[in-house]
Design a binder for this molecule. Structure first.
Ligand SMILES: [Fe+2]
Ligand SMILES: [Fe+2]
Length: 235
């Protein structure tokens, strides 16, 4: 069956939509605004101090700048659609559990960019077909930067893997961090996700996204000669 083409072209058009749709759009924009800020604070900005060389400090600065930039853009869209500024902070809304990992080493940061930013790529890919066009546009703008972060993660992990000690550090970081990631895609049979799909804000279910993520993460790890730990997933 062909998908009905439901599109909301602007912030002005959004105002005329049913409250259920507007609330769903606010929810997803708020989540991105909060999580981009929190990730930049707890992972990307501290990584500048952990980076081992001036070259990597420069790249870490660029990544931190871009992650803060994602927050700035999502926050602006949030303001445009009527979200209160004080609501768009990690103090007001609890960030995702993927950020609870206590970052201590450069290898861990490289693994976070390899694996967590792959998760973000999947989310942004899905949103780049979203029925609310300002959000679709914002996702498409964000995409090249998220791809750059994930590619940075892959290359930095590959470089670390050139020495036995570096390879061990990367594998240990994967073993410690990977279990945080499946929760990034939300709960199975999620009511929020059902609503997002009903309104064509998102295309895929949490279960589909998670399965695709695990497949892509597995391919990345195998490509680097590394292993993902086995996980007990909630069905
Ligand atoms: Fe980001
Ligand atoms: Fe990123």
């Amino acid at each position: 069956m062909a998908r009905a083409k439901f599109e909301v072209k602007s912030v002005d058009e959004l105002a005329a939509q049913p409250e259920e749709y507007r609330a769903a759009v606010r929810k997803i924009v708020l989540s991105h605004a909060v999580n981009e800020l929190h990730g930049a604070r707890v992972f990307d900005e501290p990584a500048i101090a952990l980076a081992p060389t001036p070259y990597y400090k420069w790249l870490a600065c660029r990544i931190a700048m871009e992650e803060y930039g994602h927050h700035v853009r999502f926050r602006q869209l949030g303001l445009d659609i009527g979200i209160a500024p004080e609501a768009m902070t990690p103090e007001a809304k609890r960030p995702l559990s993927i950020f609870e990992f206590p970052l201590k080493t450069w290898a861990e940061f490289c693994v976070i960019k390899l694996l967590a930013d792959l998760g973000e790529i999947l989310q942004v890919e899905d949103l780049s077909h979203c029925s609310f066009l300002p959000l679709r546009k914002l996702s498409r703008m964000t995409m090249p930067e998220e791809r750059f972060h994930a590619e940075f993660g892959r290359e930095a992990c590959a470089e670390l893997c050139e020495t036995p000690a570096g390879r061990q550090a990367v594998q240990a970081a994967i073993d410690a961090y990977f279990p945080y990631l499946p929760a990034f895609f939300g709960k199975p049979r999620s009511k929020n996700n059902e609503l997002f799909r009903k309104w064509a804000i998102k295309l895929r279910s949490n279960e589909e996204m998670r399965a695709d993520y695990l497949r892509r993460a597995q391919a990345l790890a195998t490509g680097l000669g590394l292993k993902l730990p086995a996980l007990a997933l909630e069905a």
